[in-house]
Write a protein that binds this ligand. Structure first.
Ligand SMILES: [Ca+2]
Length: 77
């Protein structure tokens, strides 16, 4: 069974799909900012771009599902 450090991959997928509003399979800075806004958090575009860059291992400027999963792997340490 596929798990990511104890996290259910299905739950991660659900969370990812929620952020990925246009279902492109990749999360953009704009989509992330929208999610934070809906949560009542105002985070500057610069900070979101830094965050995306820190996860963006293939440097396409977007977060794919695989990159999204590494966020949870890193947090476990
Ligand atoms: Ca990427």
């Amino acid at each position: 069974m596929a798990t990511t450090c104890g996290m259910d991959i299905g739950k991660l997928r659900t969370a990812f799909d929620k952020i990925d509003k246009d279902k492109s399979g990749k999360v953009t800075c704009e989509e992330l900012q929208q999610v934070f806004k809906e949560s009542g958090l105002t985070i500057s575009k610069e900070r979101i771009q830094d965050f995306v860059q820190s996860l963006d291992t293939d440097k396409d400027g977007k977060i794919c599902f695989e990159e999204f999963c590494t966020l949870f792997k890193q947090q476990k340490k």
